[in-house]
Design a protein. Structure first.
Length: 538
């Protein structure tokens, strides 16, 4: 069932010229994103670069994935920012050091997950819940970053409080910083509608921040002082720009473990571990689907690598890391062949941090805010809701519950609420309590080359892990028949996982057949929508 050949290709790969070029191009995309994510997280701007460098120069050598890029991601902004604010109780510097301790401990927990072979646990979280979490994070990032994009610094922090204060932010917009932020945002949306070879070597975010820096310099936004525009007074000065140290060693900050066992710290350790691991595993699988050579990531080893990287990044002052899908997609489209592209991406980022810090300090915070508003919009894109609705109305209900609880409480409540909502819906559709975590199946050996598995209950996200474990214990390179004649219900995530399993089984030389699946009724026209039996007696 495993693919040792693919694993060997990951571990023993040698670098190529294509890897150097891909690493350089990814670094151009990563530079503004790492800085922006750091600022939005309440960490120093350099923290994201530290994480990307550690992820590249350390985690890459674990050989878990071929083309995935490690670094900070927008998906953890809400958790990191919440850790700094809550742990610091208004003192950002102290909160930052307490948050670093949480990052380190969460890394140790991820190492334990990897050793415990929990790499498949992401199958337990329904895609609608993952999608709801990403939409929530996108909304939070957008709302929080609109304020700095306009050159305004709010006094409140809660989502609904910020939403209530949003009209006031536009009324009090800084006439220079705000205009630069809005123009930057407009350029990013405009450039996304065009495909140009220029954008391959000069990514739009890099162009946008460069242009914003030039405009801010021409408007003397960096000169301390005051000005007026249409009878409105405003201030100028370095507080409107990114602040990075001139020397790399000055960027290193060490964690404070004095609060690490307090309940609020334990909450964020759990959030960093669960959300970061989930995003890493989902991204690694997505990168596998994009890999031209169809290599398979070793998910348990991925958790070990990312956990080690988080311990080291937290020790040095960095953000938590994951396998990041956007930069990984750029890596693949740039022609990367091996994991060495990630290493070169880190080498280039280290060079930028060492040699280009004076230029980085010319980036306006309003332009970074615009970049993150743009990133948040893509996380919360209305298309995600439309895609969920196409799969089935229950997907939107689960997504909505996840979003509402995340925005009102936190990501942990959103995750738990989304999973609970999905279970309640499945119980209403016929899932029996005794089969929530373990389906009823019958294994029959028809001959030396053919195994038949009859599913005699509902097969859903909560019991798929035990079902998959049973399948993985069967010998590979055989004929495997999955008979759904007595199956009462299959949800969307399980149906998708079944087709993925079939594909991998046949790639490894076996043959997998779905029998009587067409007898089940689809919830809607989508090929992966929920399937059920109209009449069934247990």
């Amino acid at each position: 069932m495993k693919n040792p050949e693919a694993s060997a290709r990951i571990s023993n790969a040698l670098p190529s010229a294509r890897d150097v070029l891909a690493g350089f191009l990814v670094s151009l995309v990563a530079l503004p994103l790492c800085i922006g994510i750091s600022v939005a997280s309440g960490f120093p701007p350099v923290a994201g670069l530290i994480t990307a460098i550690v992820g590249s120069l350390v985690v890459s050598f674990f050989g878990a994935t071929a083309l995935a890029i490690k670094g900070p991601a927008a998906g953890l902004i809400a958790v990191a920012w919440g850790a700094v604010m809550e742990l610091g109780a208004g003192h950002a510097t102290d909160g930052y050091r307490y948050a670093l301790a949480c990052v380190m401990v969460s890394g140790a927990f991820q190492i334990v997950l990897g050793i415990a072979k929990a790499g498949n646990w992401a199958d337990f979280v329904p895609p609608s819940v993952v999608r709801g979490m990403l939409v929530s994070i996108g909304l939070i990032v957008m709302l929080r970053q609109i304020f700095p994009m306009l050159g305004v610094f709010p006094n409140v922090s809660g989502f609904w409080q910020l939403l209530f204060d949003l009209p006031k932010a536009f009324l009090n917009m800084h006439p220079i910083a705000g205009v630069i932020g809005l123009i930057t945002l407009g350029f990013l949306f405009f450039s996304s509608r065009f495909k140009s070879r220029l954008f391959l070597f000069l990514p739009p975010p890099l162009l946008a921040l460069t242009g914003a820096g030039i405009a801010a310099g021409m408007a003397h936004l960096d000169n301390p002082g005051e000005g007026s525009f249409l009878e409105l007074s405003y201030t100028t000065g370095p507080q409107f720009f990114v602040d990075v140290p001139s020397q790399f060693r000055q960027a290193l900050v060490f964690p404070d473990f004095s609060k690490v066992f307090e309940p609020v710290s334990l909450k964020f350790i759990l959030l960093f571990s669960l959300i970061g691991s989930l995003e890493t595993l989902v991204s690694a699988r997505a990168v596998d689907s994009l890999d031209p050579r169809h290599r398979t990531s070793r998910l348990n080893r991925e958790l070990l690598g990312v956990g080690t990287g988080n311990m080291l990044a937290g020790a040095l002052g960095g953000l938590p890391m994951i396998s990041e899908i956007v930069r990984s997609s750029v890596n693949i489209s740039s022609g990367a062949r091996t994991w060495w592209s990630n290493v070169f991406h880190g080498i280039f980022l280290l060079a930028y941090l060492t040699l280009l810090s004076p230029f980085i300090r010319k980036i306006p915070l309003s332009a970074l805010g615009a970049l993150l508003v743009y990133a948040g919009f893509h996380l919360a894109h209305p298309q995600k809701i439309r895609q969920s609705l196409e799969i089935g109305p229950e997907q939107v209900l689960v997504l909505g519950a996840t979003v509402l609880l995340t925005l009102s409480v936190d990501l942990l409540a959103g995750l738990a609420g989304g999973v609970t909502a999905k279970l309640i819906f499945l119980l209403a559709r016929g899932l029996q309590l005794r089969h929530i975590f373990k389906p009823r199946v019958l294994l029959k050996i028809l001959d030396d080359h053919t195994h038949k598995v009859e599913i005699c209950s509902a097969l859903v996200f909560s019991n798929f892990l035990s079902f998959k474990k049973m399948l993985l214990q069967l010998p590979g390179q055989k004929s495997l028949v999955l008979d759904f004649h007595a199956c009462t219900l299959i949800d969307h995530s399980t149906l998708k996982n079944l087709w993925d399993f079939k594909s991998r089984y046949e790639e490894n030389g076996g043959r997998c057949v779905f029998l009587n699946l067409e007898e089940m009724t689809s919830h809607c026209s989508h090929p992966l929508s929920m399937k059920f039996k109209k009449k069934y007696s247990s």
